[in-house]
Ligand binder design. Sequence first.
Ligand code: NAD
Length: 278
Amino acid sequence: MSEIPNIKLNDGNLIPQLGFGVFKVDENDAERVVSEALEAGYRHIDTAKIYGNEEGVGRAIEKSGIDRSELFITTKLWNDDQKNPKDALDASLERLGLDYVDLYLIHWPCEKQGAYVDAWEELGKQREAGLVKSIGVCNFLPKHLDNLLSPGGEPIVPVVNQIELHPTYQQREVTEYCRSRGIEIEAWGPLGQGKYDLFNEEPIAQAAKAHGKTPAQVVLRWHIQEGNIIFPKTSHKERMVENMDIFDFELTDEEFLKIHDLERGNRVAAHPDEVDVD
Ligand code: NAD
């Protein structure tokens, strides 16, 4: 299996382009699932306070014996904690059993709450203090990013924006805005969360046949060639291995473009304007 490429973030840190996500992995199962993912070779894990599994993730990391410097661990600031990011990060670190995380993300802008710009400033301080190496956001639209990037002084540019993105929902306005400002795109739900019949879309099924790969591998390969950072989730060891085995083939320009053309605004999860604090 070829090596997973790194992407250089705008603060100079490196992130493995392929990682492993643990949304909807139950705390009781998280240690087993993450241990298997680490055994399969994943070194980048994406969790969040709201997933309720940081302790299980932490136990798997500890038991793996893998040197901390070889791991890239992301967690996220939940909406209710935007007014107190320092305590929230301390608590996440405690649950994970880590001294620092590689990436800390604001999980949703929660525009009505009106706290994300101040929270961003706080995250900058935690980065200065060494509790987190890089900081970024999730589910931010250009209007939210404008507010982070336009205060007086030198703004801190998020290293990533983690957004819902799969072949039928590509959010090109957001990706173009981000890429033109040096913000990398992390695609969550890279397989459409298994919520629609992505794998039978013709260009995907055809490319899978042509390359002797599964449709899931074709979709993940498409993300890699798009330049997206991805961390597909699965609880099954065979699929963990399958989802990593995407670096020994390349989609042709024609195959790539046919998948690119599947865009049809097919959002499968919440829109940023729908998520806020009660
Ligand atoms: P995903 O697109 O990774 O889909 C996961 C589902 O795809 C699995 O439950 C399984 O049913 C299926 N699957 C996985 N591998 C497969 C394979 N090889 N063959 C067939 N089916 C397969 O969706 P996701 O888990 O929501 O997204 C990935 C990660 O993104 C999450 O685990 C989480 O870390 C992150 N995420 C972030 C946000 C956010 O708001 N920031 C929201 C959702 C997810």
